[in-house]
Design a binder for this molecule. Sequence first.
Ligand code: PNS
Length: 168
Amino acid sequence: MKHAVCPGSFDPTTNGHVDIIGRAARMADAVTVAVLVNAGKDALFDMDERLEILREVVGDAGFGNVTIASFSGLLVDFCREVDADVIVKGIRAVSDFDYELKMSQLNRSLSGIDTVFVPTSTEYSFLSSSLVKQVARLGGDVSALVPPGVTRRLATRFADPPADAALG
Ligand code: PNS
């Protein structure tokens, strides 16, 4: 039984994440998507929203062997807690590889757990959560880049303030 962990901030989930989770789900017997509690200062969605989005996405896609969890602290400690065999990370470009390689080597030296790199599908190779947030914040259409639930939430988050709010 191979158990893979797909870690990340998922602030918010993009179609690139969904692609990697789905492909991990086909390679492993069980997958845990592990959402980092502290997504940094510029986090847009709180933990409950990020988990809710991922549960919707996994349900809609019918990934029956994928569960969603949050973690804080070291990824390798979380992997030990859930008895994971492998970490799965998506690699979009050579620029990702430099940092991801160091993280994978560090994680292996800390715990012995290996990381498998999955090349992101070409249609998502430019895609990141931070670019999606930037485009949505400036009124751009991100519906081709993220799951429908994310488009909906971004629209609400960046909706024009109601007219009466501007008055007072
Ligand atoms: O989606 P992200 O922000 O690229 O995900 C990064 C993540 C969550 C995988 C990474 O920051 C992480 O593993 N953080 C947990 C802290 C940790 O274990 N650090 C040591 C390994 S570098």
